[in-house]
Design a protein around this ligand. Structure first.
Ligand code: CP3
Length: 308
């Protein structure tokens, strides 16, 4: 098992920083587009063999140091009797029953746990499970934040039981908020989830857009790592985050549209600025854009892999 990612999460010394990418299994990959030509997105999410195969695509193609479960933060609506639909351009829409109530997460999302169990039989890198931050999920599904939080805790505990090695919380829409609103709408719920997971000792990464503006609140939470967008230089962020907390990120995804020589020099600049720092994981500030050449993504990852 390649443990670089878990070592970095625990701020242990590593010979090079680990690298993985948000949305590493996506439309920029020809193998993914080929699967999407014969299967809908929901079919891919709902069929454990297919979801596991998609999860593995970037491992074979790029050699990244971690796998992220292929699913979506919005499938949790199914635990409330809701259904998820993807319209043209993959825009998600959640349909909820008239009075949604939380049902058995173990049963309604059984296919997710089955996908995890399948993957764990063969993976040689850690598997990242995830869910959305309640505030972000509520932007798509009209459910009370407390109910989403309750469901998320149960959902993540079951992902852990099925075998995920780490968890990432995606609170993308937090970036729309100011520090006060973040404290009011996001951090209490994130905190409840983090506290409920603490006894499992599974490391948790929190991704918020605008995280660099919420360090006061994020610094109080029992998290293992913060995933940053590209708003500020990583080296500066490292100094603002407690040394026991790892940092992940944070190159601008649009970098992947530039020439490979430029991608390489920006990755090297990031690596040099973080040289000697423990607890650093290379990633983007947000997901891989769907329209970038695979060769550019490979150049990004290869530059990190070659850096020891
Ligand atoms: O990182 C990964 O590849 C793991 C799988 C994953 C997906 N969605 C698959 C997906 C993860 C971690 C997500 C998170 C997610 N989903 C977020 C939070 C992070 C973020 O990107 O902001 C949000 C807000 C959603 C809801 C959602 N799902 C949106 C807004 C969209 C459409 C826009 C888009 O990004 O494409 C989706 C569709 C979706 N979820 C796709 C994938 C691979 C795109 C469909 C495709 O590529 O065929």
């Amino acid at each position: 098992m390649n443990t670089l990612f878990l070592d970095a999460l625990h701020c242990r010394n590593t010979r090079r920083p680990p690298v993985w990418l948000m949305r590493q299994a996506g439309r920029y990959l020809p193998e993914y587009r080929a699967l999407r030509a014969s299967h809908s997105l929901l079919e891919l999410f709902h069929t454990p063999q297919l979801a596991a195969a998609v999860t593995r695509l970037p491992l074979d193609r790029l050699g990244v140091d971690a796998a992220i479960l292929f699913s979506d933060i919005l499938v949790i609506a199914e635990a409330f009797g809701g259904s998820l639909h993807f319209e043209d351009g993959c825009k998600p829409r959640v349909v909820l029953p008239p009075s949604p109530r939380l049902r058995s997460v173990r049963e309604t999302l059984a296919y997710v746990f089955e996908t995890i169990r399948l993957l764990k039989k063969t993976l040689t890198v850690p598997l990242i499970g995830f869910c959305g931050g309640p505030f972000t999920v509520a932007r798509y599904a009209e459910l009370p934040l407390e109910e989403i939080t309750r469901a998320s805790i149960e959902y993540l505990l079951l992902q852990i039981e099925a075998g995920v090695d780490a968890v990432q919380l995606f609170d993308t829409w937090a970036g729309e908020l100011g520090a006060e609103a973040f404290a009011a709408y996001c951090s209490d719920h994130l905190s409840k989830i983090l506290r409920a997971l603490e006894p499992t000792h599974v490391p948790v990464v929190v991704f918020c857009k605008g995280a660099s503006r919420f360090l006061g609140a994020l610094g109080q939470l029992p998290l293992r790592a913060i995933s940053f967008d590209a708003e500020q230089e990583m080296q500066q962020l490292r100094r603002l985050v407690p040394p026991s907390v790892a940092v992940q990120g944070n190159l601008d995804p649009s970098l992947l549209r530039q020439a490979p020589s430029h991608i390489q020099s920006e990755v090297l600049r990031l690596l040099e600025s973080m040289q000697g720092e423990r607890g650093f994981i290379v990633n983007l500030g947000h997901g891989v854009p769907p329209d970038v050449p695979v060769a550019h993504v490979k150049c990004f990852v290869d530059t990190v892999l070659a850096s020891h």
